[in-house]
Design a protein around this ligand. Structure first.
Ligand code: UDP
Length: 404
């Protein structure tokens, strides 16, 4: 129930949502992405779609189908949108992308919706199905501030047919974009099993099941096994820390069906971790919410050492649990971590090791940063604000009436 969020937000925000929802009554909204589990987009959609329906805005969520070849191409595209790379996009890949997109035309009925929201590049070709009277929004979850020109050129073909696009932060809006752009920050749900309070006994019990010692400092990174999350850099930083502080490293991750790289990264990490019984590589199923929650709460320091990052929900998740985060100075991490207040932003492996050591040495500092972190998430990164932003944008797009 929307009322259950009252302890977390001002009553006025809930009231605003109710007014907007009333205005949108009768409107049908569709979200489309490329996976129902694994990664932040799926994580958000599970909760957002539920809440949109609950406030009375009829909302569906559909997932496109693709095979390994399709997702290998879209993962490359994803990486190239984050930064120019040494790969090129060849015409055979483009043809294959269009073929799979075309197959999804049949599967994904979009006609019966007033507003269609397409998440990320994988399903963006569905725009060819747009019919008169509909509004289509492209929701970008990538840092596209400096994309590879060829990758941008490829997605631009589709973008210009949309009515609007949404980015996480103003800095992500690429200068060449020609359609209206909006900024909406992602969010976490305080009522999700991943974020609800857990008793100290439950936390200890869960981490112990995996062989992790709850009494010994834990350095944690939670992320899909993806090179862009730099788990190898985290391992190097941990090894520097370990020379001075006895500690454990937990790399908790999983695979996403739309990311074929995961298994290879996991294998390489396993090789590199061999011989160190204080390194825990945990490959958990996507519904391991309580486990992720417990590890985030058990952690002494949380790290997010991504080389590039769209937003990084895991950062807010850890902050909400009162943890200081040592995060890379990139993408959405920069937005969440306030350097020196809620954690530290770092540019190198050595910098990460230095800040982790600093935090391990000072429990008081950890606690005060953790308290600031909770407040920052409460004011900026909770789902109620996210829901309000979506309703506001939809309201603006479908009506000429002035927005609130
Ligand atoms: N996550 C999870 N299990 C894992 C790895 C990640 O439940 O093994 C969750 C994590 O808690 C977060 C989301 O997946 O809610 C990842 O979102 P984020 O924005 O941090 O990264 P993305 O995977 O979208 O790049």
């Amino acid at each position: 129930m929307i009322g259950d969020y009252k302890p977390f937000v001002e009553e006025a925000v809930i009231r605003e949502i109710e007014i907007l929802a009333k205005r949108l009554k009768g409107i049908k909204v569709l979200h489309v992405n490329s996976t129902r589990e694994g990664g932040g987009v799926a994580e958000i959609l599970h909760r957002l779609v539920l809440l949109m329906n609950e406030v009375g805005v009829k909302t569906d969520w559909k997932v496109i189908k693709g095979d390994k070849k399709f997702f290998t191409f879209t993962k490359k595209l994803h990486n190239l949108l984050h930064m120019p790379g040494r790969f090129e996009i060849d015409s055979e890949e483009v043809v294959y992308y269009l073929k799979i997109t075309y197959e999804n035309f049949e599967r994904i009925d979009t006609e019966n919706y007033d507003v269609v929201i397409i998440h990320d590049p994988q399903p963006m070709g569905l725009i060819a199905k747009k019919v008169k009277g509909q509004k289509w929004i492209w929701r970008c979850h990538v840092d596209t501030s400096t994309p590879d020109p060829a990758a941008w050129k490829f997605i631009e073909t589709f973008i210009n047919a949309y009515d609007a696009c949404i980015f996480h932060m103003p800095e992500f809006v690429y200068e060449k974009i020609k359609i209206p752009t909006f900024t909406i920050r992602p969010s976490i749900d305080p009522l999700h099993p991943k974020n609800v309070d857990l008793s100290p006994e439950e936390i200890k019990k869960i981490v112990s099941v995996f062989g992790v010692d709850p009494e010994k400092p834990i350095i944690l990174q939670v992320s899909r096994f993806d090179r862009l999350k730099d788990p190898f850099g985290v391992m190097r930083a941990y090894r520097m820390v370990k020379k001075k502080y006895a500690s454990q490293l937990v790399l908790l991750g999983g695979f996403a069906p739309d990311d074929p790289e995961g298994e290879e990264v996991f294998r390489e990490l396993k090789e590199q971790a061999e011989g160190d019984k204080d390194i825990f590589l945990l490959n958990l199923p996507p519904d391991s919410h309580r486990e992720v929650n417990a590890f985030q709460r058990a952690a002494t320091v949380v790290v997010q050492k991504s080389l590039r990052e769209g937003f990084g929900l895991v950062v807010s998740e850890a902050m909400w649990k009162g943890k200081p985060v040592v995060g890379s100075n990139v993408g959405g991490i920069k937005r969440q971590v306030v350097h020196g207040v809620t954690g530290y932003l770092v540019n190198t492996v050595e910098g990460a090791a230095w800040r982790i050591r600093q935090l391990l040495a000072n429990a008081e500092l950890r606690e005060s940063m953790g308290n600031h972190a909770i407040e920052r998430v409460r004011h900026r990164f909770l789902i109620i604000r996210h829901l309000r932003d979506y309703l506001l944008l939809i309201s603006k797009l479908i009506s000429s009436a002035p927005i609130l």
